[in-house]
Design a protein around this ligand. Structure first.
Ligand SMILES: [Fe+2]
Length: 251
């Protein structure tokens, strides 16, 4: 089992409900460093469904320094995914957005539609370079919020400069939402992450799935881990209620 030993090995393992909402993944094929082929995309959708995910938001990287933006490729892969899901998993809903890497021109790119918030929301899955300073993150935050967007910081366990809990709460007071990956509980920053989860400061847990080999821990196992260590109420909030709230959807 991932995430180490169970807290209480003799108790029944927590039941994972079908209805999880995964807001961050790279399953659309051929558009970034995620799935490479149509078949891989279908395989990963099947995997997410088997984990209990029923609301899945594709978030291809928008980072022109690393990946050539390909709006047409994204659109056509999304249409194929929708038709596959309609045929095979009628109770699954798909959404589209980007994981937007912050650069000086990002606001312009959001405004001209080159990159997109999550689904029909105004929430932007916001990625920083790992070396980005707190002040810089704060500057981008103020810019995004000033334009009516809500930043959802992606995988905050990766940002070493975000190590002061007061800084984190200042960002939250400005309106920032925080996402962690399922891998965060196995990262070197797991103590800080656990504290933030305990305090209710994390908004969303997603698996940031790229492919079958990268080893992103399954979202269902992470749900069970959170249930055991932080309670069912927290798991429900982090994997269902808050991510669905971000997409402005209800079951
Ligand atoms: Fe990602």
């Amino acid at each position: 089992m991932l995430f180490g030993k169970r807290k209480n090995a003799s108790a029944e393992p927590p039941e994972v409900p079908a209805g999880l909402c995964n807001l961050h993944c790279h399953i659309l094929f051929g558009v970034d460093d995620g799935a490479k082929t149509e078949e891989q995309m279908y395989e990963l959708i099947k995997t997410e469904y088997s984990f209990g995910v029923r609301y899945l938001c594709f978030t291809p990287h928008y980072n022109p320094a690393l990946f050539e933006p390909d709006p047409e490729g994204i659109r056509s892969a999304f249409e194929l995914a929708k038709s596959y899901v309609a045929t095979n998993y009628a109770d699954m809903r798909l959404f589209l957005g980007n994981e937007v890497f912050m650069r000086p021109d990002t606001l312009d790119r959001l405004r001209d539609g080159s990159c997109k918030p999550l689904g029909d929301s105004r929430t932007v899955l916001t990625e920083f370079h790992p070396s980005t300073s707190y002040d810089e993150m704060r500057r981008y935050t103020v810019g995004l919020i000033g334009q009516g967007y809500t930043p959802l910081f992606a995988h905050i366990e990766r940002y070493d400069k975000l190590d002061d809990i007061d800084d984190i709460y200042e960002l939250k007071s400005l309106g920032v939402k925080l996402q962690i990956n399922t891998a965060a509980f196995e990262s070197s920053r797991r103590k800080l992450i656990s504290r933030l989860v305990e305090q209710g400061a994390i908004d969303v847990i997603s698996d940031d799935r790229h492919n079958r080999t990268r080893g992103d821990p399954p979202i269902s196992e992470c749900y069970a881990y959170v249930c055991e260590h932080f309670g069912e109420h927290a798991a429900h909030a982090l994997f269902i209620h808050r991510p669905m709230g971000i997409l402005n959807i209800s079951p």
